[in-house]
Ligand binder design. Structure first.
Ligand code: PLP
Length: 381
C-alpha cells in the first residue's frame, strides 16, 4: 500500500474534521438548521476576506466567480485592462472577450510580476478603462502581483474598479479587502480553504455594487444581486452545495481559531523553506523576484524531462505536485504550501524531489535540500 501526499496548488488536502462533517447524512437546505450554519459561515467569511461587505457563496469552481464578476459589473463594449502573466490572467481576458468587453491586454513575461507603473500608464492612456483585472497570485507561474500598490492607483479613479482573483491569495497572505480598497475579491474552495472543489466566493464593495446598478451584460445563474438578497435570509438563490458549506463551517472554525496572522506567517515560512531547498539543490526558481506564497515554481534541470519526473513522483513516490502549462509544460514543478499543508509535508516534498532527481540521473546530494528547508522551518518552533 502506498501512502499518498497531495501537494498541488489546488486541490489541496482537506482536514479530517472537515471530511467527517461532510460525511454526515444529507441535510435539507431550506431549513432553520441549515440557515443557522449559513449564518455562521456568512460572518466567518467576512473575517477571511477582511471585509465588512457581504461575501457571496456560489456553487461553482473559482472560474464561476470570475465570470460572475464580469457579467454583474460591466456592459458590452466597456473597456477592461487585463494583466496577463499566466494562464489565469489569460482567463480573465478570455472571459472579458467572450462577453464583448473591449479588452486591453497588459502582457507580462511568465515568471514576473506586473509593475504597478505599467497599470498607471495604461490607465492614463485609456481614460475609459472601467475595470482592472488581476490575480493576487498567478498560480500558473507561482508569481505574486503587487495588489496593494495597484489598489492605491485604482482607488483614485471613481470610474475604475480593481477586480482581484484571489483564488490562491485569500487565506494565503495578508490581502485585506477593505484596508487596501480592493473593489471585488474572489476565491475558491479548493486552495487555502482546504475543501474539495465546488464552491466559489465573491465580495463587492459599495463602489462595485454601484457599477452593478447600470451593468447590462446578460446573467441568470450568477446574478449577484439575487444572491445578495438571499444571503440576507441566510440562504442562496438556488440549491447550495450544502455538504461543502457544512465543511466550510468547519474549516473557517479552524482558520479563526488559528488566526489569519499566524497562518500567513506559516505560509511565508513554508514558501521560503521550499525556495531555500530548491536553490540549494542547484535548481532555478521560476519567479525569483516576486515569488508567491501559495506555491513555489522551479525549473527541472537540463536533461530531466519534467513530465516524466512529475509522473514518477506521483506514481512511484506517491507525491502529487503540479507541472507547467503551455510553454512551461514539461519544464517546471510547482510545490504548494497553503491550506492544510504543514512543515512535514514540505519536508516530504523536498525529500521526494531529491530522490526522484537522483533516479533520473541528476547529481544531487541527498538531504541537502531537506536540511536547507529545515533551517527555515525550524523558525516556527
Ligand atoms: C489564480 C487562479 N485563478 C483561477 C483559477 C481557476 O479556478 P477553478 O479551476 O476553480 O475554476 C485557479 C485554479 O487553479 C487559480 O489558481
Amino acid at each position: 500500500m502506498k501512502k499518498k501526499y497531495l501537494l498541488s496548488p489546488g486541490p489541496t488536502p482537506v482536514p479530517e474534521a472537515a471530511l467527517l462533517t461532510m460525511a454526515y447524512p444529507m441535510m435539507h437546505h431550506r431549513t432553520p438548521q441549515f440557515s443557522a450554519i449559513f449564518a455562521e459561515v456568512k460572518e466567518d467569511l467576512k473575517y477571511l476576506f477582511q471585509t465588512k461587505n457581504d461575501v457571496l457563496i456560489l456553487a461553482s469552481s473559482g472560474t464561476g466567480a470570475m465570470e460572475s464578476a464580469v457579467v454583474n459589473i460591466f456592459s458590452p463594449g466597456d473597456h477592461a485592462l487585463v494583466v496577463n502573466g499566466g494562464k489565469f490572467g489569460e482567463r480573465w481576458g478570455k472571459i472579458c472577450e467572450s462577453y464583448g468587453l473591449k479588452t486591453i491586454w497588459l502582457n507580462v513575461e511568465w515568471g514576473r510580476a506586473v509593475k504597478s507603473e505599467a497599470i498607471e500608464d495604461a490607465l492614463n492612456k485609456d481614460r475609459e478603462i472601467k475595470g482592472v483585472f488581476i490575480q493576487g497570485n498567478e498560480t500558473s507561474t507561482a508569481v505574486s502581483h503587487p495588489v496593494r500598490e495597484i489598489a492605491e492607483i485604482v482607488r483614485q479613479r471613481d470610474n475604475t474598479l480593481l477586480i482581484v482573483d484571489g483564488i490562491t491569495a485569500v487565506g494565503v497572505y495578508d490581502i485585506p479587502m477593505d484596508k487596501w480598497g480592493i473593489d471585488v475579491l474572489i476565491t475558491g474552495s479548493q486552495k487555502a480553504l482546504m475543501l474539495p472543489p465546488g464552491l466559489s466566493f465573491i465580495s463587492l464593495n459599495d463602489k462595485a455594487w454601484k457599477f452593478n446598478e447600470t451593468a447590462r451584460l446578460p446573467r441568470f445563474y450568477f446574478d449577484l444581486k439575487k444572491e445578495r438578497k438571499n444571503l440576507k435570509d441566510n440562504t442562496t438563490a438556488y440549491t447550495p452545495a450544502a455538504s461543502l458549506i457544512i465543511g466550510l463551517r468547519e474549516v473557517l472554525k479552524i482558520i479563526k481559531s488559528e488566526g489569519l496572522e499566524k497562518i500567513f506567517k506559516k505560509n511565508e515560512r513554508m514558501a521560503r523553506a521550499t525556495r531555500n531547498a530548491m536553490t540549494s539543490l542547484g535548481l532555478r526558481l521560476l519567479a525569483p523576484e516576486a515569488p508567491a506564497e501559495c506555491a513555489t515554481g522551479v525549473y527541472t534541470p537540463e536533461g530531466v524531462d519534467g513530465g516524466k519526473l512529475l509522473k514518477s513522483l506521483r506514481d512511484e513516490f506517491g507525491v502529487t505536485l503540479a507541472g507547467g502549462q503551455d510553454q512551461l509544460k514539461g519544464k517546471i514543478l510547482r510545490i504548494a504550501h497553503m491550506g492544510y499543508i504543514d512543515t512535514f509535508d514540505i519536508i516530504t516534498a523536498v525529500a521526494s524531489i531529491e530522490m526522484a532527481l537522483r533516479k533520473f540521473g541528476y547529481k544531487v546530494e541527498l538531504g541537502r535540500g531537506v536540511a536547507a528547508a529545515q533551517e527555515v522551518l525550524l523558525e516556527g518552533y
